[in-house]
Design a protein around this ligand. Structure first.
Ligand code: HEC
Ligand code: HEC
Length: 475
């Protein structure tokens, strides 16, 4: 550790600053650290007609069975592309338009057990286009040899209906989940496909939307796709439009990338020291973060056991039924039990709470968990979270199981989580670096407003989510 910790105490002496700068340049050369190159991505513009159609669909509650939830209910651009909650509440909210802390579930609703109804944290959809291989915390949508695998095809096998991109494939699933969007009555019979029924709804075939709404959607889709092909409105097209909207959400103009692209003044001294730690392998005296948060998007898109606290409903794994086995649920490989996908860290200061179950409220606690998972679990305090009734019965059980799993993997040399010790100054430096991964646009309501339907946009079905926070402020 000596090489790195030598510079952790704070000083702004010019020669010290020059030394840190020189060491960071060496690290960048040596480990070939790069910024995301937007020219290779082919991201659509938010101004494209398809993205604009996607924006309206993303905000329409018509895509939920009971017309109370939109994609934006859990992925709002004003909330960093997420929902600002540990665990989401989708359908049956007391006030469907209230997002973030204060969003509550109706106590009278069926299937409610007192806590959040969705078992995993809602990830940001910002920069989703940077994921090239795996989707979701467990990768149950992923690129396979001959296409894209989804929950509708068996492990390792392409789903012929997945669509053109990971985003399009993903957009076919939230509407099938009872807790997220479908509700408990719509498409509730075996064999029902919520997507076919929603396509039919938008075409006016189930009588749920009035004729004006049906005509409006027909006109909106025809303007993009032409009126020739029938049906003009289908869920396949809904998914493609939402995918274009999501893939236009590229927010990568952050200080770190500016620095990598040549702006030597973009980073504070502390962030530079954090960048050295982050990008230097543990074997070379660094914090070893890039053994998993690798590449420009800072994710290997692979799965690792970190034993982060398991709170909430879980996925029904383990005998107490509130566990979540993560990647193991898909791969059934013993080493994947409790493994979750490495998330991208771009804009991470704006995307909390953190981890697959949203167990950590702030960056410091989630970073410290990496450094000493056992100690973090032993001292874990759920009161750091703002959420009512978050289930935590399985916390101790899963903590023991997942720590055991991590220790076993470490003993077999199958864990990539290095055992490093950092002092408080170094942790502060790492956090300063993580904060330099935020594009200022995502902190600015005016800047993200292009991705939020406004008065200038048509509202085809009058079911647009106009979201507010618990103080009644417009999001
Ligand atoms: C009730 C909240 C909720 C709603 C509504 C919702 N999502 Fe999500 N979304 C989630 C959660 C939770 C996950 C993670 C699930 C998992 O990993 O098992 C997720 C994951 C995603 C991901 C994958 C992100 C990643 O990093 O892998 C995308 C993309 C996404 N949602 C888009 C959508 C779209 C499009 C819609 C509307 C059709 C939608 N979501 C509706 C909660 C929600
Ligand atoms: C062994 C692989 C691995 C290493 C090494 C690693 N991480 Fe992680 N990191 C992960 C995984 C996996 C998660 C998500 C865990 C979960 O969801 O339960 C994560 C989550 C995070 C999060 C929370 C992000 C979010 O959106 O929830 C932050 C911040 C983070 N890591 C920072 C770091 C830093 C800083 C380092 C270096 C000190 C580091 N990580 C080293 C795999 C790793």
């Amino acid at each position: 550790m000596a090489a790195v910790s030598a510079c952790s105490s704070d000083t702004d002496e010019p020669d010290r600053a020059a030394e840190v700068e020189a060491r960071l340049q060496t690290v960048i050369q040596k480990y070939d650290v790069r910024a995301v190159d937007p020219t290779t991505l082919g991201a659509p513009s938010i101004d494209d007609p398809l993205s604009q159609l996607g924006k309206k669909l993303f905000f329409s509650k018509a895509l939920s069975g009971d017309q109370d939830t939109a994609c934006a209910s859990c992925h709002h651009p004003s909330l960093g592309g997420g929902d600002d909650l540990s665990l989401p509440i989708g359908v049956d909210a007391v006030d469907p338009d209230l997002l973030g802390p204060g969003r509550r579930h109706q106590s009278s609703a069926e299937h409610w057990d007192g806590g959040p109804t969705v078992p995993r944290n809602s990830p940001t959809v910002f920069n989703f286009i940077l994921y090239e291989k795996t989707v979701f915390h467990d990768g149950r949508i992923e690129v396979v040899a001959d296409g894209i695998r989804t929950p509708n095809s068996s492990f390792g096998t392409a789903d012929p209906h997945a669509g053109e991109s990971l985003a399009a494939a993903q957009a076919r699933f939230p509407v099938t989940s009872a807790e997220e969007m479908r509700g408990f009555h719509f498409a509730a019979n075996e064999g029902d496909d919520a997507r076919l029924l929603l396509g039919a709804r938008l075409r006016g075939e189930d009588g749920e939307l009035d004729q004006v709404a049906v005509d409006n959607w027909a006109a909106e889709f025809a303007a993009v796709y032409g009126a020739e092909t029938q049906p003009v409105v289908s869920y396949q097209r809904v998914a493609a439009a939402i995918a274009a909207y999501e893939n236009s959400q590229l927010f990568i103009d952050n200080p770190w990338f500016r620095y990598l692209n040549g702006d030597r003044h973009a980073l504070s001294l502390s962030a530079k020291r954090g960048a050295i730690l982050f990008n230097t392998p543990a074997a070379d005296g660094g914090a070893g973060c890039t053994s998993c948060h690798s590449g420009p998007a800072m994710t290997d898109e692979s799965f690792h056991v970190l034993a982060m606290p398991q709170i909430g409903r879980g996925k029904g794994d383990d005998e107490n039924l509130r566990g979540d086995h993560g990647r193991y649920r898909e791969s059934h490989l013993p080493e994947d039990k409790y493994a979750f996908r490495t998330p991208s860290l771009l804009n991470v200061s704006e995307t909390g709470p953190y981890s697959h179950a949203g167990a950590y409220a702030d960056l410091e606690s989630v970073v410290r968990h990496h450094l000493d998972p056992l100690n973090a679990l032993e001292n874990y305090d759920i009161r750091q979270l703002d959420g009512e009734g978050i289930q935590s019965e399985s916390l101790m059980y899963t903590a023991e199981e997942s720590i055991l799993q991590l220790e076993t993997l470490r003993a077999e040399d199958k864990s990539k989580l290095p055992q490093v010790q950092l002092d408080d100054g170094q942790v502060a430096d790492l956090i300063a670096f993580l904060q330099a991964l935020t594009d200022p646009c995502v902190q600015d309501r005016d800047c993200v407003s292009k991705w939020i339907p406004g008065p200038e946009d048509t509202d085809p079905d009058q079911l647009r989510l106009v979201a507010k926070d618990r103080d009644g402020e417009l999001l």
